[in-house]
Design a protein around this ligand. Structure first.
Ligand SMILES: [Zn+2]
Length: 259
């Protein structure tokens, strides 16, 4: 079985044919899909989707690229929504220095708020970092990482970054469809990811793997990324699948990490 731990199924280009997308996902063995929100509005949407479709689970929060429009009142609403039974994580949150540095302080503030909420709820925090992985790791470390768990999704960085994340006991990483691209340059550190710390994700509708590069990504395409990762890591495809499945269940559906 497969769990797509990160798919934004509420964008129009994928939501327009969602029953078909979910059907294809089930057909290839996907058992659960976690849909991360990016703001208050999408937090409500992902909960709606999780009510409607058994296969969908929700992660709610404010994405670093959306903090400029987010208020503390929005965050209070997100806290209220977090008691919904299908909310399995907080985020996606984190830091993004690629698009805009204007709201760096507010990105950090909202990242810390969401770590605090995740800690209180004993749910993992979904971390986005773009051109900011050093700072993201630093903030996690500052926040007593032994008391919460997390997922550095679509990780990009250096071998040292990976090593720092692996030092944090309850943290996992995942990689997106870009690992299948010809010009993918981070093979060295990805190949060093241990099987007990890796998760499967698509980041749908973004970053579709080859042979669907440039198209709208969807959970069913996850197998192309996992097959490529098995090659990079040098492990058997089935073995990687089952490791990813166990890890996702452990992080998102059991909340069994020790504190
Ligand atoms: Zn995302």
């Amino acid at each position: 079985m497969i769990i797509d731990t990160h798919a934004h199924l509420y964008y129009d280009n994928i939501k327009s044919h969602l029953p078909d997308v979910l059907h294809k996902a089930t057909d290839i063995g996907i058992e659960k899909i976690i849909v991360p929100a990016i703001d208050l509005e999408t937090s409500r949407k992902v909960i709606e989707l999780s009510d409607k479709y058994e296969i969908i689970f929700a992660s709610i929060g404010v994405h670093p690229c959306e903090v400029q429009n987010a208020s503390n009142k929005d965050f209070d609403e997100i806290i209220k929504l977090s008691s919904h039974q299908k909310v399995v994580a907080i985020g996606e949150t984190g830091l993004d220095y690629y698009w805009d540095l204007t709201f760096k302080d507010k990105q950090i503030e909202f990242f810390e708020l969401q770590i605090d909420l995740a800690t209180e709820l004993k749910k993992p925090v979904v971390i986005h970092s773009r051109n900011a992985v050093d700072d993201a790791i630093e903030i996690v470390k500052r926040k007593s990482p032994e008391s919460f768990s997390g997922h550095f999704h679509c990780l990009s960085g250096t071998f040292q970054n990976l090593a720092q994340i692996l030092d944090l006991k309850n943290f996992y990483v995942s990689y997106c469809g870009n690992v299948t691209f010809k010009k993918f340059t981070e093979i060295d550190f990805v190949s060093n990811t241990p099987l007990d710390r890796i998760l499967s994700e698509t980041d749908s509708p973004f970053l579709a793997p080859v042979p669907f590069r440039g198209k709208v990504n969807e959970p069913a395409y996850i197998v192309h990324t996992i097959k490529k990762l098995a090659g990079i890591i040098g492990t058997d495809y089935q073995e990687l699948l089952s490791a990813m499945y166990q890890n996702a269940n452990k992080l998102y559906f059991k909340h069994s990490y020790e504190s």
